[in-house]
Design a protein around this ligand. Sequence first.
Ligand code: MSP
Length: 515
Amino acid sequence: MAAAKRYYLTTPIYYVNDAPHIGHAYTSVACDALARFKRLDGYEVKFLTGTDEHGQKVAKSAADAGMGPQAFTDRVSQHFRDLSGVMNLSNDDFIRTTEPRHARACQELWRRMKANGHIYLGKFAGWYAVRDEAFYDESELVDGKAPTGAEVEWFEEENYFFDLSKWQQPLLDFYEANPRFLAPRTRRNEIVSFVSSGLRDLSISRTSFTWGVPVPDESKHIMYVWIDALTNYMSAAGFPDESGEYAKFWPADLHMVGKDIIRFHTVYWPAFLMAAGLKPPKRVFAHGWWTSEGQKMSKSLGNFLTPQDLIARYGLDPVRYFLLRELPFGQDGNFSHAAMIRRINTDLANDFGNLVQRVLTQINRNCDAKVPEHGEFADADRALLGAAHGLLDRARAEYDEQQFHRALEAQWEVVGAANRYVDEQAPWALKKTDAKRMATVLYVLAETIRHLAILAQPVMPGSAARMLDLLEVPNGLRTFSSLGSSGALKSGTALPKPEGVFPRYVEEGQAKAGG
Ligand code: MSP
C-alpha cells in the first residue's frame, strides 16, 4: 500500500505583547494557502498556529498594561485566535504555551537532553535583548545595541547551558544531507556560514523572573523562552506521547517563519532535537518582511496595518491574493494602497472577474442558461484546455517550494490565454453564423474557468467557491482529483444567474463623482 499522504505545517507562535498586524497575517495566510492546497491534493493535513506567552517581553507588556501575566495573555491570545475567523484560516489546532500539554512536552524534551548529557549548570554573563528574547556577543553589538536595533542589558546569573558548541559539525552534516531543510537559498548560505564560524554554548534557563515553564526537578529556574516556544510544534502533536498524532505528523513537514527568527529554527531547534534523540523538522522556509508605505510599521507613524482595516476596505480574498501575489515569496516588500488597488482592478476585476462574467453571461443569454453541448474540439480549444489541465503540476511544484506568487502567475497565464481566446473566437458573433461552434467555445471557456476556480481555492476560498457555485460544480467535485477531463462539466446542467465575483475598487470620492 502507498504511504499515507500527510503534511504537518506550522506558523511561528505569535508573541502576545500586541495585537496582530499584517505581518503576522502574512505568515498565517501563506500557511493557510499551503494547508488548503495539500488538503485539496488528498493529504491529511495538520496546520498549527498559536501564541508564545512566556518570557520577559510578554511579562513586561503585562506589567505595562497593569495586569497579571495570565489575565493579560488570556486577553491578547484571543486576538490571535480571532485572526482565524478574520482571515479565514483553516488551522486544525491553536496552541498556547501556557497550556499544561505544552509544559509537559517542554519538560520531557529537557529531561531527554539532560539525560543525554547536553545540559550543564554554569554562570552566564552577557548581553540580552528583551525585545528579541535573544543573547548577543559583545562583538555583535552596534553602537551599544543589538544588531536588530533592540536595547540590550547586561546580565549575570547562574544558568543551565546547552552544549551548542558541540553541534557545529552535526548541524553542518545535517544541512548537507538535507538540502531542502532551509530555504530560500540565500538564507541557507547565511546559516551555513554562521554555523561554520563556530557556535557557543547557549544559556537556556533563567532565575531572575518566573513567567515560564519550570525546569524539571528545579525550584529556581524557568526555561529560556525560545526552548519553550520551539517545543510548541511537538506539544501540539501530542509529545511526549509518541503514538497518535506524533507518530503521524512528526517530523513536521514545514515550519514557516519570518527571516528574523531563522537562527532559532535552523540552528537551535535541530540541535535541541538531535540532542534529545528526536528528529528535526523536514523544512524551514523564511519569508521576507513587509514595510508599509515604505517604512517599518509602527503605531506612532500611523502606518500600522491591521488585517481588519484592510479587509474592511478591500475585502478578504483580495487581501489574501495581494499578500501572496505581490511579493516573490521569500523577499521583502512594501505595502502600498496604490499597489493593492492595482491588483484588485487589474488581476481580479479586469482579468479574472471579467472573464468569468462575460463567459457566464453569454451562456446565460445564448445557451439557455445551461452548460452548453460541445462538438469536436479545434486546435485552439485543445490548446486552452491543455493549458488548464497542465496547471495542477505547475502549481504543485511551486507550492512545494513555497513559491506562491509563481503558482498564481502560472494561473494568470491561463486567465490571459482564456481572455485572448474569447477575443479571437468571438462567440457572440458566432451566435447567428454557427451556434454549434459558439456552444463549443463557451464550453471550453466554462471548463477552463472550472480549473481556474478549483485551483484558486487555496488562496481565495470564498471567491473560488462562489465561482464553482455559478458553475454548479457539486461540493464533492471540487478537489484536485476532479481536475482534468474526469470531472468535466456536464452539458445541460442548469446554471444560476451570473453575478460578479470580483468588483472593481472605486475610491469613495470617485464613486460619488461618477454618481
Ligand atoms: N514568538 C516568536 C516566534 C516563536 S516560534 C517558535 C516571534 N513572534 S512574533 O510575534 O514577533 O513574530 C511572529 C512572526 O511574524 C515572525 O515570523 C515574524 O517574522 C513575522 N512578522 C512580524 N512582523 C512582520 C512584518 N512586518 N512582515 C512580515 N512578517 C513579519 O517571533
